[in-house]
Design a protein around this ligand. Structure first.
Ligand SMILES: C[S@@+](CC[C@H](N)C(=O)[O-])C[C@H]1O[C@@H](n2cnc3c(N)ncnc32)[C@H](O)[C@@H]1O
Length: 291
């Protein structure tokens, strides 16, 4: 039976497991998540939501989803709402994901900016929805390759995410072989150090970390950031949002870009709505702010 049909009998279970999980529970949680973060949960996510949140119910020793729903919408439930958001975000990422963006960055976008940085210009890059840091550190590696003493200039990458647990991983900047396998060995050896002799874990060097400032930021809330940004990466994030939320975010990004500023988005995303008047398509999922 589809969820739509089951909605009519909303007290019936819609997922197998130790806790009763009804269509009403799913809808209420989806609405709370959408309002808080912009993330839209389609009906196909029922099992995912159940399995990720069942862990929260166990941790809190809560016996029903009805009780859990009351908690996250109560005045004292903000901490658990954060835990719920952390549990429901999708953090899939890797170093140099969508390699063509980094080729473009190294050959088109960064060279003139770094030249200007040498003459004292401020250069700002934002990796919005940075997950465990693979994306902003990949950007930092590109900068270091072009300008080895980048840390002595006014160059900064702001890396933000709503999920403070994954940001803690980004802050630690330790990656096992699953992640480092995506990196050319020379880059790994140059910009990371092995945690111990027999370990397969590598930590990003302090020199690279210096370029990156990590911050919790909800793209669906206020943005306490100081623009303009010469380059914004927001890849594979708004794909989880509804069209109207995406359009608002594109406009807000556009407002933070100077003319000739760059926006990189994920492979299955497209800028839409009013921001298209200001952002020109400059190749696969790369946009340039018009003059
Ligand atoms: C699939 S990962 C993409 C990571 C990276 N940008 C990449 O392409 O590899 C999506 C990230 O967006 C974050 N995210 C989701 N909703 C968000 C929101 N409202 N504000 C900020 N970050 C959000 C998630 O926590 C997750 O880490």
């Amino acid at each position: 039976m589809t969820l739509t049909a089951q909605r009519k009998k909303s007290a019936e279970p819609i997922a197998d497991g130790e806790f009763l999980f009804t269509a009403e529970d799913f809808q209420a949680i989806a609405t709370t998540l959408d309002e808080a973060t912009g993330i839209h949960l389609p009906d196909t996510k029922v099992s995912l939501v159940y399995s990720r949140l069942a862990k929260r119910l166990r941790a809190l020793k809560i016996e029903t989803f009805a009780e859990y729903r009351s908690l996250i919408t109560s005045a004292s439930g903000s901490e658990e709402l954060t835990n719920m958001v952390n549990a429901l975000t999708t953090n899939v990422t890797r170093f140099f994901r969508e390699e063509h963006h980094f080729q473009h960055l190294k050959t088109v976008t960064l060279p003139p900016l770094l030249e200007q940085a040498k003459n004292g210009r401020r250069v700002r890059i934002w990796s919005a929805g940075c997950s465990n840091g693979s994306e902003p550190y990949s950007i930092a590696f590109c900068i270091m390759e072009l300008l080895p003493d980048a840390a002595s200039y006014d160059i900064k990458i702001l890396a933000s995410d709503i999920d403070d647990k994954i940001l803690a991983d980004a802050r630690r900047a330790v990656y096992d072989s699953k992640f480092t396998a995506e990196l050319p060995v020379e880059l790994r050896n140059k910009y990371m150090r092995r945690l111990s002799r027999d370990s397969d874990e590598w930590q990003v060097s302090d020199e690279v970390k210096k370029l990156v400032s990590l911050r919790t930021l909800n793209l669906n809330g206020s943005w306490p950031v100081k623009g303009p940004f010469d380059i914004i990466f927001c890849r594979n994030v708004v794909i989880y949002f509804q069209e109207h939320t995406q359009q608002k975010i594109w406009t807000r990004f556009s407002n933070l870009l100077p003319s000739d500023g760059w926006l990189y988005i994920g492979h299955s995303e497209r800028v839409s709505g009013p921001a298209l008047d200001e952002l020109g398509f400059d190749g696969a999922t790369v946009y340039k702010k018009k003059k």
